[in-house]
Design a protein around this ligand. Structure first.
Ligand SMILES: [Ca+2]
Ligand SMILES: [Ca+2]
Ligand SMILES: [Ca+2]
Ligand SMILES: [Ca+2]
Length: 409
């Protein structure tokens, strides 16, 4: 905001272009942009995957300036043409990883590594995953709430058919995650001219729903899909707020669990492509349960609170802390696995507004979905054989299309 040119009492809010002084005024064929604490522990960094030139990874210096670390970190990809991008922690080491699609070029799944104080990203994309396609939006989310993130490529049927693709990224204790291709079912849309795509939970059942837009070269309707696997899994949706009550874009949410360690989500101030993701940290937990949640805001404020067993399968609102903790110092390039809690402020459980979907009746309950909703057929719990981590066997379809009018009660 430009305070001198603004007059908020008269409704004038003027913005001033500070790109040059911030160090981000670089020539670009800009496509995807994603904002969050990628290298910093709390401050917002910026990743841009670009066309006809190198990508940018602007590291926030904490003083209003940024330094482009794309080349030194190994994510400049200068000869490819980026499109959709998403931030996630695929190997659950606490470091933010980057996935993006290149237009008819190799798609990238970059894990953030660090050695000797330097950050490097390493592309672990398998041949199937990296296979070039006319990609638009890329989404990273846990569609079946089994703890493992899926990556969805919304491909654009450009001059011929181009089916959408879905992969599950299976975290392993020792070694890189396995990448398993799944059958996206109705969301395959081989003739779809997919452009934007987002996930959210339309009906409050704790299962993410997928919305795809189409167009550009031919009008096609929106499509809406719901998952058909994992209904019995636990989940938690966390919504951090700014001091003004807005969605806290750029916040980092870490959920500590009883059995599976820490899970990280970024409330992404960008992502996707021709769209933007919901400002909600959605955690699929399988049979595990959360024990506590910790939120770090872009200004370094931190808050944590316990999560009771009775709060599982609900939406937790996390307000901005009210006290006057000092701001956190700018982070070093090497990000610690779990941020220090030295500046944290323990939130009481009571001030947090708890929206429990089962209590409010806002949507079909997780357990009653099959019995109460005429629009959905009850799905069995996954048979163990379907959980085989076999990269060569896409064994089940993941999405069923729905008519939007039937979706909401
Ligand atoms: Ca590029
Ligand atoms: Ca990681
Ligand atoms: Ca999953
Ligand atoms: Ca849903």
């Amino acid at each position: 905001m430009d305070p001198e040119a603004s007059d908020l009492y008269r409704g004038i809010l003027a913005l001033r272009d500070v790109a040059a002084e911030a160090g981000v005024s670089k020539y670009t064929g800009g496509r995807g942009v994603s904002v969050g604490p990628i290298l910093s522990s709390s401050a917002s960094d910026i990743f841009c995957d670009n066309e006809n030139g190198p990508n940018f990874l602007f590291h926030n210096q904490g003083d209003g300036t940024f330094v482009d670390a794309a080349a030194s970190a190994g994510v400049d990809d200068p000869h490819q043409h980026g499109r959709g991008v998403a931030l996630a922690d695929f190997n659950r080491d606490g470091k933010v990883d980057i996935v993006y699609g290149n237009w008819n070029g190799p798609h990238r799944l970059y894990l953030q590594m660090s050695a000797h104080g330097k950050v490097r990203f390493r592309d672990i994309a398998s041949p199937k995953f990296s296979m070039p396609s006319p990609v638009r939006t890329v989404i990273a989310a846990d569609f079946d709430n089994d703890q493992e993130l899926e990556i969805f490529f919304n491909n654009f049927a450009h001059r011929s058919s181009s089916a959408n693709r879905l992969f599950r990224i299976i975290r392993r204790e020792h070694g890189d995650p396995l990448i398993e291709e799944l059958n996206p079912g109705d969301a395959l849309e081989p003739e779809g001219r997919g452009t934007g795509g987002v996930v959210t939970d339309f009906d409050g059942d704790g299962m993410l729903d997928l919305i795809l837009s189409h167009g550009e070269s031919m009008a096609q309707p929106l499509s809406v899909f719901r998952g058909n696997q994992g209904f019995s899994n636990n989940w938690l949706r966390v919504v951090p707020r700014t001091r003004f009550g807005a969605f806290a874009r750029g916040a980092k949410v870490v959920l500590y669990t009883k059995k599976s360690g820490a899970h990280l989500r970024i409330i992404d101030g960008g992502s996707g492509y021709l769209c933007e993701m919901e400002p909600v940290a959605h955690f699929g937990l399988g049979k595990d349960e959360a024990s506590s949640v910790e939120v770090t805001w872009p200004d370094g404020k931190m808050a944590s609170r316990n999560v009771a067993s009775t709060e599982m399968n609900s939406v937790l609102e996390i307000p901005y802390p009210r006290d006057e903790d000092r701001l956190q110092d700018p982070a070093p390039l090497e990000t610690p696995t779990n941020a220090s809690s030295s500046h944290s402020c323990a939130l009481e459980t009571s001030p947090c507004v708890l929206t429990h979907t089962e209590a409010t009746g806002a949507g079909p309950t997780r357990d009653a979905v099959g019995a109460t909703s005429p629009t959905r057929t009850a799905q069995p719990v996954w048979p163990p054989s379907l959980l085989q981590k076999n990269q060569d066997s896409p064994v089940f379809s993941v999405f069923s299309s729905v008519i939007s009018g039937l979706f909401c009660p």
